[in-house]
Design a protein around this ligand. Sequence first.
Ligand code: ADP
Length: 298
Amino acid sequence: MKLTISNLSKTYPNGTRALDNVSIEIQTGMFGLLGPNGAGKSTLMRTIATLQMPDSGSIQLNELNVLTQKKEVRQILGYLPQEFGVYPKISAESLLDHLAVLKGITHKGTRKELVKALLEKTNLYHVRKKRLGGFSGGMKQRFGIAQALLTRPKLIIVDEPTAGLDPAERNRFHNLLSELGEEAIVILSTHIVDDVKELCTDMAIINHGKILMQGNPLAAISEVEGRVWKKRIHKSKLKEYRNNYQLISEKLIAGQPEIHVLSDENPGEGFLSTEADLEDVYFSYIHKSQAATSPVSA
Ligand code: ADP
């Protein structure tokens, strides 16, 4: 499978340019679309999922024109939106069965087998009779996957899936996704760098509606390798360091800030060389794009 997105642009009626000339090529496997809130991810996901139209550009899925052949695309599409709304009073098994009917699986025996297989695959068979309203966040997400798989999709779109999942639920969800990536295109849209690091063989970073990079996460990391420097500082010094250095990230470790800077040379001042990770890659692109669009703050 190959999904080719070319020169896609979208400006909402209020003037927000959500997509700005987006071009990406995506092959079978797990693809991560990484960007902060408001970057344009959902707009892009909904457009690929045939739920909204761009102002210009094209999307091709193998021989299908996604923007005009919506019906054909929907037959091979599995879409798991940010919030999968469920009917709280109905059981997982009944809703899945009902959704299967809507998808055109009318033969009762076939449907029964399919529903059973999907509930088993998503590890929900033991709670199949339970009301969906009583499901945890992770169970709802897995139910979302089960419904997305009703039609053996070739293209699976998962929008911000792991927000609110506990580590064990997230793990289970990751395993399920990576299994799907073996035979379909799975696009995972997220602001969580670790989700992409753990799962994806290809990725893009988006901000302000623009694609800032596309490539293999490990290759992207090796590009900044040797240029990332870290330092533990006192909280009170954070502002001073922000002013004097190009920080790519700040995180608290045991309550104390650790800052990372990107520099070809050792910045001195007690900075230590550190192994680069995907977060360094991500923040270096995001900061570059912020600097390009906002005035320098004093
Ligand atoms: P993300 O999924 O990365 O958070 P979105 O695609 O939801 O980004 O949003 C991109 C930008 O478009 C944001 O500035 C958002 O506020 C804006 N936006 C999204 N949907 C609409 C809409 N229906 N009308 C107006 N602006 C919107």
